[in-house]
Write a protein that binds this ligand. Structure first.
Ligand SMILES: Cc1cc2nc3c(=O)[nH]c(=O)nc-3n(C[C@H](O)[C@H](O)[C@H](O)COP(=O)(O)OP(=O)(O)OC[C@H]3O[C@@H](n4cnc5c(N)ncnc54)[C@H](O)[C@@H]3O)c2cc1C
Length: 429
């Protein structure tokens, strides 16, 4: 049986980062990717937060195919016909080390994989790993079609569905409650139109996060500006979607029909449609990260953070892969690839800022369960604003009086106070 020091399954951000770092350290690395090219099978909103990624690939923005530096973030609540939002703009985010870039995975992932190849890793694409070779609980390599290939360690970076680990009995069943479905379109628009419509320069761009107008299903929407296209999508809880008896494209169409969204995408042509599951994230959901002869990196281990303002999966994938690589290199020094030796991966990960971020935002997770946040409050916020900004022939009221009136039959004062407390604990206090 042919043998490598390390086999990496998947050439997404986790797999290519692990492959890059291990090959750079002189190991004999094979990366196996089922897509014809890296990124061809991947779905992502497309914002990569740059500061952690730059720890691994310094100043990657100079050579990577990034679309626009995001300098304007909008958090917008949508009611039936109106919207109310927070608008954050920063010129600092237009300069190194930036904050976030929009990327198209079909272009960005091949660049990442090329870094691994240039460092000496072998990459094969268009090949699906069918199973992990497991003997007495120890992973010894992979099977891909008729080929059996051995390795001291397998880095499982197969992404969110994590089927190989499931098949090998190496992970717990995922609960639908903890999974959302992301549906995304890429909408082509001329560069000039994007710059005029979103008030950005040729290098900078804008990111919208939307709450509301997803048929009352817990979740939200996003719209990011690329160079000559928009990435638009929704991420909704899968069990709530199922209960709603709606098809994902119906929820997306409803979202796109909102007057604000419709205006932003006006004249665009849908050139790509894709869907993928995405985990809720959080350290309490993190899968088992290592075992005898293997480590799990990126979204295969449910390593991501969704705190409503940001959905971070790519930088989490890269940092987890870097820590996994560090543990593999330490294990190699002892020529010991047992679970005990590879446990250093989890210890390392717990020292990183991504783990700290999970702790910091742990009170955000219950927010994503709160139906009122997605169904009732966007409507209320818009009503209050409408009253404040729209004098009529009738005497006006102050915000609290309008709020009380609009709350009738929708939410009690007790629930409102509880929710304000929950929101404060989630993102403020
Ligand atoms: C709608 C949506 C929007 C998102 N928006 C953002 C965002 O804006 N910013 C952000 O940071 N994150 C975002 N995420 C999350 C982000 O996409 C993931 O967390 C990230 O891609 C994880 O990287 P990864 O390398 O672990 O897995 P992936 O990127 O999924 O890569 C896994 C790779 O493994 C390959 N593979 C799988 N099985 C096999 C097999 N058996 N054999 C060979 N190859 C295999 C796949 O083809 C794929 O290339 C979003 C996700 C969704 C669904």
């Amino acid at each position: 049986m042919e043998k490598f020091d390390v086999i990496v399954v998947g050439a997404g951000p986790a797999g290519s980062t692990a492959g890059y770092l291990l090959a750079q350290a002189g190991l004999n690395v094979l990366i196996v990717e089922r897509g014809q090219t890296p990124g061809s099978k991947n779905v992502s909103g497309g914002l990569i937060y740059s500061k952690l990624a730059a720890q691994i690939f310094p100043e990657f923005w100079n050579s990577a195919p990034v679309e626009r530096a995001i300098t304007n973030h909008q958090l917008t609540m949508l009611s039936e016909n109106a919207s109310v939002g927070l608008d954050f703009r920063s010129q600092e985010a237009a300069q190194p080390p930036y904050n976030a870039f929009s990327v198209l995975r079909a272009r960005f992932d091949p660049w990442l994989a090329k870094q691994a190849e240039d460092a000496g890793a072998a990459l094969i694409t268009g090949v699906t790993v069918d199973s992990l070779l497991v003997e007495n609980g120890r992973v010894l390599g992979i099977q891909a079609g008729p080929d059996l290939i051995g390795a001291d360690v397998v880095v499982v970076a197969e992404g969110t569905r994590s089927l190989l680990l499931k098949l090998a009995g190496l992970r717990e069943e995922f609960h639908p409650h903890d999974v959302s479905l992301g549906v995304k379109e890429i909408i082509a628009l001329p560069e000039k139109t994007i710059e005029e419509r979103f008030q950005c320069t040729s290098d900078t761009g804008m990111a919208y996060t939307f709450v509301g107008h997803t048929c009352g299903i817990e979740g939200g929407g996003f719209l990011y500006t690329n160079k000559a296209s928009l990435s638009l999508g929704i991420v909704v809880k899968i069990d709530a979607l199922y209960q709603s008896k709606r098809q994902p494209h119906q929820v997306l169409d409803e979202f796109k029909s909102h007057p604000l969204v419709a205006r932003l995408i006006d004249g665009g042509e849908v050139v790509e449609y894709s869907a993928q599951t995405v985990h809720r994230g959080g350290f309490h959901l993190m899968s088992k990260l290592y075992g005898d002869g293997y480590v799990v990196a990126g979204s295969a281990a449910r390593l991501l953070l969704n705190n409503i303002m940001t959905l971070r999966g790519m930088d989490f994938a890269m940092i987890s892969a870097a820590e996994a690589a560090r543990a593999i290199l330490a294990a190699r020094e002892q020529q010991n690839y047992s679970a005990t030796a590879l446990a250093a991966y989890e210890t390392n990960l717990k020292q990183t800022s991504i783990y700290q971020d999970w702790q910091t935002f742990k009170a955000t997770y219950p927010l994503l369960e709160n139906k009122r946040l997605f169904e009732v409050y966007p409507e209320l916020a818009c009503k209050v604003m409408e009253n404040l900004f729209s004098p009529t022939t009738q005497p006006g009221s102050k915000a609290l009086a309008v709020l009380r009136e609009e709350m009738k039959g929708k939410v009690s004062m007790v629930d409102l106070v509880k929710d304000v407390y929950q929101i404060s604990r989630g993102v403020v206090l």
